[in-house]
Design a protein around this ligand. Structure first.
Ligand SMILES: *[C@@H]1O[C@H](CO)[C@@H](O)[C@H](O)[C@H]1NC(C)=O
Ligand SMILES: *[C@@H]1O[C@H](CO)[C@@H](O)[C@H](O)[C@H]1NC(C)=O
Ligand SMILES: *[C@@H]1O[C@H](CO)[C@@H](O)[C@H](O)[C@H]1NC(C)=O
Ligand SMILES: *[C@@H]1O[C@H](CO)[C@@H](O)[C@H](O)[C@H]1NC(C)=O
Ligand SMILES: *[C@@H]1O[C@H](CO)[C@@H](O)[C@H](O)[C@H]1NC(C)=O
Ligand SMILES: *[C@@H]1O[C@H](CO)[C@@H](O)[C@H](O)[C@H]1NC(C)=O
Ligand SMILES: *[C@@H]1O[C@H](CO)[C@@H](O)[C@H](O)[C@H]1NC(C)=O
Ligand SMILES: *[C@@H]1O[C@H](CO)[C@@H](O)[C@H](O)[C@H]1NC(C)=O
Ligand SMILES: *[C@@H]1O[C@H](CO)[C@@H](O)[C@H](O)[C@H]1NC(C)=O
Ligand SMILES: *[C@@H]1O[C@H](CO)[C@@H](O)[C@H](O)[C@H]1NC(C)=O
Ligand SMILES: *[C@@H]1O[C@H](CO)[C@@H](O)[C@H](O)[C@H]1NC(C)=O
Length: 728
């Protein structure tokens, strides 16, 4: 016991003596753990971090303190020191330190010692060095081509060759105070980096040295991922799903941060999907309805993440492809298909046509709808969109233009000609169209059938009239224009049974001062479908250009203005009633739009008979000739004394019956010369005159007449018999 104490005291004394000059040596003598061994020293990432790895000695205690020192330059100027607490179960520890100065600028060395407790500590390990860059010719600057964080502070350095000093370092226009790290390293410190406003957004460091040389390096500035906003997912076709989101700040074009976006479907074991900056497209998983997705955006400065859950059936925004659009006159058939794998879903689709109207229908992937109540000959545009649930709608398609067809109604009429065969009739069908310039180069379909028979006959024809022979029965004809958009509305006409017992009213129309015609006729109860008035217009000599006008039921007045008619030409109007058995002739009315006075003169029959006191005129005249420029209402004879003088007088005689062709003018003077003029009379006045000059006879006594008469009779007999004698 005493021995032990003596030994201890003497050791302590020795220690005190020795520790006068060398205290550490004293502790070694007590007990020292070994110094940690640095196994790795690496500049990592963007060469601004040092990764240090060392073997840990455990002093049988829970937790160790390893004191780390970092020094710069060959002179080991301590830059940083930290007591690192190492967990008990770790044998090799990794520790990272981030430098404010790029590691290329100077040598960075690390040493470590271990504290077991306040009093027991290991010696320092030897310095392990991550060397800075050396240069022999040109000045080098750091960092270079690196991505720096916006808003952070940064140091930039220049490493110059021996004997050269940096005299200026600037970023754009701004020169910064120089900081020296030994003879060959010069640095500047920049606070709060900003993204340059220059076109390429590069941060340029410029420097110049004592040799008058200049250089520059560029770096990028970027920022951490931004918070994801409005993350939402949809599918156009149930094949691919598109998730998209927004951020408050977009990456600029020259951003060099290593930002990545990934999407993970958390309720499946699918591999993460790599995304675009603001969207992600990935294949739908068959039979999966509910999706929980997580989007992670990362770069060297940070990470942002956002999650979203949805039921794919609620997120279908179907894409519509136009298939067909076939417009008719008042409707249009529209069909479309829906892209992708949505056939198993019921689709609700909407079609709009402008002017605004919406048609809705349920359909499957191929849909067809007839848009109705459209206006004819009108430009429309249609758009379609579909939905799987009536809440989420796909985009409207691009508008498709279409034009509805012309509304062509045909005005159909007929001529009936009895053929020599009493059982055959020749029908000429004539039609016009209400659309100007339509009728030419147009195809028509004509169909007809006999009442009571089942068969229908038909013919396509390229002109607006057609002849066909039919029997004595009742026939119906139907004519339609063949249009691109189908057929026009059919026009029908019924040809009645042959009937010879038709009673027709004939009427002469008196002409009006204004010209034109005002036709009226007796209303018929049987005219259930109105009336038709037909007439001819002479297009060339003797050709009849048949005109007709249909009047609605109950309208028995037709006024035709004079511009369609020639003056002095007689027009005949046939008025038909329309009954369910066809058109029947009711009245024939004829007249002049304007009568002309210029009727031809009658031809006088000569010699004119006269006595000593009278003259009997006889003439020939076709008063009913329809070519007369007016109706003949009678004749006018004027008698004129040829001898001038105070008692020369004039006399007129009116014959008011146009069929009477003779007149006797009495009370003339005997043995007197008269000039007689005869003209046909119209409502406009007398026409051209035929004239004759006569002498009235001398008045004999009655006695002389009794003597002379047998002589005249004898002379007459001789003259009659004379030719007989010659023959005999
Ligand atoms: C460090 O290395 C030395 C020699 O190689 C060794 O003796 C010492 O035990 C090591 N230290 C640790 C903590 O492993
Ligand atoms: C580490 O801990 C020791 C002992 O507590 C102390 O002396 C030393 O100053 C510490 N070092 C640092 C860098 O805090
Ligand atoms: C420090 O650790 C040593 C060795 O484990 C031990 O002997 C000593 O008592 C400790 N000192 C203190 C103050 O805990
Ligand atoms: C997007 O999110 C912001 C808030 O994060 C909100 O104000 C905005 O209305 C959202 N936009 C849409 C289209 O949902
Ligand atoms: C379409 O959907 C059915 C049922 O969900 C699925 O089985 C099929 O694989 C899908 N087809 C495509 C091309 O996605
Ligand atoms: C980006 O680059 C840094 C180093 O510059 C690296 O540590 C990090 O893992 C990279 N990030 C991504 C998302 O690749
Ligand atoms: C998804 O939505 C559809 C239609 O709304 C529904 O029938 C189905 O049950 C939903 N699925 C889940 C997993 O909620
Ligand atoms: C018309 O056809 C129907 C059946 O289609 C038939 O019953 C009828 O007897 C036919 N009539 C004539 C007149 O052929
Ligand atoms: C013409 O006859 C056809 C066939 O009988 C019928 O469908 C059509 O409605 C008729 N049209 C008119 C204008 O009467
Ligand atoms: C047409 O004649 C009818 C009957 O004769 C008459 O009532 C009507 O006023 C006439 N119209 C014109 C415009 O002359
Ligand atoms: C008869 O028809 C003509 C046009 O065709 C029209 O001007 C007239 O007003 C109609 N009269 C009646 C009574 O409907």
């Amino acid at each position: 016991m005493i021995h032990f104490r003596i030994f201890t005291i003497s050791l302590l004394a020795l220690c005190l003596i020795l520790s006068e000059g060398h205290r550490g040596c004293c502790l070694v003598n007590v007990w020292q753990p070994p110094s940690p061994n640095i196994t790795h020293l690496l500049a990592v990432g963007d060469k601004q971090s040092l990764m240090v790895r060392w073997l840990v000695y455990h002093c049988d205690l829970v937790g160790h303190i390893n004191e780390v020192q970092i020094s710069r330059t060959e002179n080991h100027i301590i830059t940083y020191a930290e007591n690192v607490s190492v967990p008990a179960d770790v044998t090799e520890y990794t520790w990272t330190w981030t430098s404010d100065l790029p590691l290329e600028c100077v040598d960075h060395s690390v040493r470590i010692r271990q504290y077991c407790n306040q009093s027991v500590l290991s010696p320092w390990s030897s310095w392990t060095t991550n060397p800075g860059v050396q240069t022999e010719d040109k000045t080098k600057a750091f960092p270079s081509e690196r991505v720096l964080r916006e808003g952070a502070s940064a140091m930039f350095c220049c490493v110059s060759p021996p004997g050269v000093n940096i005299i200026e370092m600037r970023i754009y226009d701004k020169a910064y105070p120089l900081i020296s790290f030994g003879p060959r390293v010069t640095a500047i410190a920049v606070d709060k980096l900003t993204i340059p406003t220059t076109y390429i957004k590069m941060l340029i460091l410029q420097f110049s040295d004592t040799k008058g040389r200049h250089g520059n390096v560029g770096n990028y500035v970027s920022f951490p991922p931004q918070k994801l906003r409005n993350l939402t997912c949809m599918t156009l076709d149930m094949i691919n799903i598109i998730c998209s989101w927004d951020t408050s700040r977009k990456r600029y074009k020259w951003d060099r941060s290593n930002q990545t976006q990934t999407l993970r479907i958390e309720n499946t074991n699918q591999a993460p999907i790599s995304c675009q900056e603001l969207s992600c497209t990935f294949p739908a998983i068959p039979h999966l309805e509910e999706y929980n997705v997580r989007v992670v955006v990362q770069n060297q400065f940070g990470e942002e993440t956002e999650t979203h859950s949805f039921n794919i059936s609620d997120r279908v925004s179907p894409v519509v492809d136009w298939a067909r659009l076939s417009p008719q006159v008042t409707d249009a058939t529209v069909s479309w298909t829906v892209q992708g794998n949505v056939t198993q879903l019921n689709l609700l689709c909407q079609v709009t046509t402008e002017p605004h109207s919406i048609t809705e229908l349920w359909c499957n992937s191929r849909c067809t709808v007839k848009l109705e109540h459209l206006l004819p000959n009108t430009q429309y545009f249609a758009r379609v969109r579909c939905s799987t649930n009536g809440r989420v709608w796909g985009k409207w398609t691009e508008p498709r233009f279409f034009k509805t067809g012309l509304l062509v109604t045909l005005n159909l009429w007929r001529k009936i000609k009895q053929l020599s065969d009493p059982h055959s009739r020749e029908i000429t069908l004539l039609w016009t169209s209400d659309v100007p310039d339509f009728a030419k180069n147009q195809q028509y379909r004509v169909q007809w059938w006999q009442e009571g028979n089942n068969g229908t006959q038909g013919k396509d024809i390229g002109q607006t009239q057609m002849e066909v022979c039919i029997g004595p029965g009742q026939y119906t004809f139907m004519v339609q224009a063949v249009l691109l958009s189908g057929h026009s509305i059919p026009a029908n006409i019924t040809i009645p049974k042959m009937d010879n017992r038709v009673k027709v009213v004939e009427k002469q129309l008196s002409s009006h001062t204004v010209g034109g015609f005002n036709l009226t006729w007796a209303q018929q109860v049987s005219a259930t479908c109105g009336y038709t008035v037909e007439w001819c217009i002479e297009s060339s000599a003797h050709s009849c250009d048949l005109q007709w006008k249909k009047m609605p039921e109950g309208n028995n007045t037709l006024i035709l203005p004079d511009r369609h008619f020639k003056d002095g030409h007689r027009y005949t109007f046939n008025i038909y009633e329309c009954t369910k058995d066809g058109h029947k002739l009711l009245e024939i009315q004829s007249g002049y739009s304007q009568e002309l006075q210029t009727v031809q003169s009658p031809s006088l029959i000569e010699p004119v008979q006269s006595t000593y006191s009278s003259v009997t005129l006889e003439w020939r005249y076709n008063e009913a000739d329809p070519t007369h420029p007016a109706f003949i209402v009678g004749y006018l004879v004027t008698v004129q004394d040829t001898l001038p003088g105070p008692n020369a007088n004039m006399l007129s005689v009116l014959v008011s019956d146009p069929q009477k062709k003779s007149v006797t003018i009495k009370d003339l003077e005997e043995n007197h010369e008269y000039k007689l003029s005869l003209s046909a009379l119209t409502n406009k006045g007398p026409g051209q005159a035929a004239t004759v000059v006569i002498w009235t006879k001398i008045k004999f006594s009655a006695h002389l007449a009794k003597i002379l008469t047998p002589i005249f009779l004898l002379l007459g007999c001789i003259s009659l018999l004379w030719p007989q004698r010659k023959k005999g």
